[in-house]
Every structure is written in structure tokens, then in C-alpha cells.
Write a protein that binds this ligand. Structure first.
Ligand code: NAD
Length: 258
């Protein structure tokens, strides 16, 4: 058995690293923040309109002995995103990891989907990922290292009735991930995507019971995923152990999109 000295039995080590995680006041983003902090990383995170939960998350992270701060910032606003990223670099020093996790849904069949709801989902999920990537791009280039982890969805791989906006955004994120991997590979920056399946969070708690049952029956492993399932994969992609993986999409879905 391989013995690793240092942090107990933890396989991955993020001590001294700083991560920016979008949408980490709750759900999957929060789980990623807690996992990264447990591995020693400092955390700067963003949210929109979720001040109470953001304050709780910030307190939980700080209690783990790392530097942590939550910021209210809309990723669909490029100027605001760039300004905040610059402030975070100023305050935290080097940033090593960017996790683009912020996302929303506005589901409806195309027949009834409002044009504003199409635009809104593209603007937060897809353009938000672009805005944050553009905001950290020069920093990662200069430092000649960096990790970008984009939270896509299996819906971006297989589509879904009632989610044309969301599926387009999540498929777009995969194209963007592969493009960034090609642009920044020579600078030792990796870009990968995680495609979660059906994960228990506020987003899926708000689904109608019938839709939830239908989704569950299509999962070979017959259970919803947990936020920790996604956080563990993100920790791997952020770790030194994943340094030669780029442009990859990892499904974490219990086999749902096989
Ligand atoms: P959630 O609704 O629980 O949390 C969303 C987070 O994003 C919150 O912190 C919120 O404040 C933040 N946010 C929303 N709009 C924002 C904006 N404009 N700018 C900055 N922050 C913003 O969602 P979740 O279920 O934890 O999902 C997280 C990500 O995982 C999303 O990208 C989602 O599409 C993706 N995903 C979720 C599932 C699932 O089953 N829950 C499946 C596949 C993919």
C-alpha cells in the first residue's frame, strides 16, 4: 500500500492553493468549496441574492481554518466579474483554480418558452462561464498554471424536452471547455468539465414529483447523486494527480447518460 505523508488519508492536497467558485452559497458549489477547504484551499466564492446562506457558508469554511470570503456578484455581468476577480487576486494573492458552477434553470417546452427565459439561461450558465474564464485568463497565462473546472450537465450531452435553453448552455460549456483547453494547454492550464446527472439540491427539490420519479427510473444505479459525488470529482480535477487531463468531460451520473 502506498503511504502518503501529511494530511492523514486524504489523497489530494490543495494546501496553499486558492480557488474561485461561482454559485457556492449552496448546493453543488458549496459542497465543492467545503471539499476544497478540507484539502487546505482558500476559497473566494460568488452568489446572487443568497446573502444568508452565503454568510453561513463563509463561516463554515472559515471555521475549517482556511481563508474564505463570499461575494455577491452576477457572473452574467462581464465588467462586474472582471472587477471582482481582480479584487480577489489583490486580496488572496495567486488564484490557482476556477470552478464555473453558477447555473439556473427556466424550463418550458420551446412552444411556451419565453425568449427572455432562453436569453437568461444562456447569459448566466454559458456567458457567465465565458466571463469568468476571460476574467482569470491573463492571470493563469502569466503564472503559467491554472485549473478551470466547468460544471456542465448530462442534459448538455443528451438534451431534454423542456430544457432547450439549459441544454444549449450546457452543451456550449463543453465546446468552450475544449476550446480553452486548446488555447491554454501550452501555458500549463487545464480545462475540464463535469457533467452531473440527477443530484439532490434545491434545483432538483423544486422538480414536480412525476418528473423526479421518471428521472430516477432512468438511472442504472437507481439513486440520485449527492453533492459530494460532484465535489470529489472536482477535487480530483483540481489536484496534481489530474495534471495531464484536459479538455475532458466526466459524467458523474450513476450511468444515467450511458
Ligand atoms: P442551486 O440552485 O442549488 O445553486 C445555484 C448557485 O448559483 C447559488 O449559489 C446561486 O446564488 C448561484 N447563482 C445563480 N445565479 C447566479 C449568477 N447570475 N451569478 C452568480 N451566482 C449565481 O444549484 P445546484 O443544483 O447546486 O447546481 C449547481 C450547478 O450544477 C449548476 O450549474 C447546475 O446547472 C449544475 N447541475 C446541477 C444538477 C442537479 O441535479 N442539481 C445536475 C446537473 C448540473
Amino acid at each position: 500500500m502506498l503511504l502518503i505523508e501529511g494530511r492523514g488519508n486524504d489523497m489530494f492536497e490543495l494546501t496553499g492553493k486558492t480557488a474561485i467558485i461561482t454559485g457556492a452559497s449552496r448546493g453543488i458549489g458549496k459542497a465543492i468549496a467545503l471539499k476544497f477547504a478540507s484539502l487546505g484551499a482558500n476559497i473566494a466564492f460568488m452568489h446572487v441574492g443568497d446573502g444568508e446562506k452565503a454568510a453561513e457558508t463563509e463561516a463554515e469554511l472559515t471555521a475549517m481554518g482556511v481563508k474564505a470570503k463570499g461575494f455577491e456578484c452576477d457572473v452574467s455581468d462581464y465588467e462586474a466579474s472582471q472587477k471582482l476577480v481582480d479584487e480577489i487576486i489583490e486580496e488572496f494573492g495567486e488564484v490557482h483554480i476556477l470552478v464555473n458552477n453558477a447555473g439556473i434553470v427556466r424550463d418550458n417546452l420551446i412552444l411556451s418558452m419565453k425568449v427572455e427565459d432562453f436569453d437568461k439561461v444562456i447569459s448566466v450558465n454559458l456567458k457567465g462561464t465565458f466571463n469568468m474564464t476571460k476574467s482569470i485568463y491573463k492571470h493563469f497565462m502569466r503564472k503559467r498554471r491554472g485549473r478551470i473546472i466547468n460544471i456542465s450537465s448530462i442534459i448538455g450531452l443528451v438534451g431534454n424536452a423542456g430544457q432547450a435553453n439549459y441544454a444549449s448552455a450546457k452543451a456550449g460549456i463543453i465546446g468552450m471547455t475544449k476550446s480553452v483547453a486548446k488555447e491554454l494547454g501550452s501555458r500549463n492550464v487545464t480545462a475540464n468539465a463535469i457533467a452531473p446527472g440527477f443530484i439532490k439540491t434545491d434545483m432538483t427539490d423544486s422538480m414536480p414529483e412525476k418528473a423526479r420519479e421518471a428521472a430516477l427510473s432512468s438511472i442504472p444505479m437507481k439513486r440520485m447523486g449527492t453533492v459530494e459525488d460532484i465535489a470529489n470529482t472536482a477535487a480530483f480535477l483540481a489536484s496534481d494527480e489530474a495534471s495531464y487531463i484536459t479538455g475532458e468531460v466526466i459524467r458523474v451520473d450513476g450511468g444515467m447518460a450511458i
